[in-house]
Write a protein that binds this ligand. Sequence first.
Ligand code: HEM
Length: 214
Amino acid sequence: MSIATDSLPRKTAWALFIVSAAGIALYSAPPYLTLDPDWSKIPLNGAYVSHLLWVSVHGVPGAVALLIGPFQFIAGFRSRFPKWHRYMGRIYAMCIVIGSVAGFVSALMSTSGIPAQIGFILLAMAWLFTMWKGYQAARTRRFADHRLWMIRNYALTFAAVLLRVFLGLGSVAMAIWPQVTFSDIYLASIWGSILVCAVLAEWLFVSPSPRGRG
Ligand code: HEM
């Protein structure tokens, strides 16, 4: 995702991308800085006193990664400020490592039910795996591979944005169709956001020939 920001539709898409990532990061994570259970937006599992702590240790670095990520893909920023790219890349990587381990533990403690927990657990593993592959590629100076793995990684980071968009749409669906439950919406949104982000990233940015794409 070396982003070409030359045309108006591209500029608009790029602006929407940054604004939605920043919006979700700044909206969802700050309450967890308080470590106050009353501010939690998810039901906490009474069996684990540390549940809120794990969700907070997950959500805050997740939000920082969401904020930093887009700038790493701007070719002009990378070439003009390579040191900043490396410095921000290290912060991003640390956020993913901490966020995915804490996300994994949060998933184990989650009250959302086994299908949702499995979605989160697989997502946490894929988040860490793609980060590792991207880091390894950068360390061995395989920059084309580094780019591809970081696109895959950020696509998973961005699933947090799409998840909240789907939950918003889901609340509209619940108002229209009373038989639809919150748990249906939550589960569909988790799996849907992962799938849509992963497929769109492969199709739009990883495929080798953008012009010949079917
Ligand atoms: C991509 C890998 C991610 C995984 C595996 C993951 C996993 C989880 C899990 C398991 C929970 C608890 C949900 C529940 O119990 O129902 C959670 C909540 C949360 N996550 Fe993530 N998450 C990821 C990405 C992110 C990102 C990028 C952010 C950045 C904003 C984020 C921010 C939060 C916040 C703030 C919560 C608390 C619930 C809320 O307020 O919506 N997560 N996440």
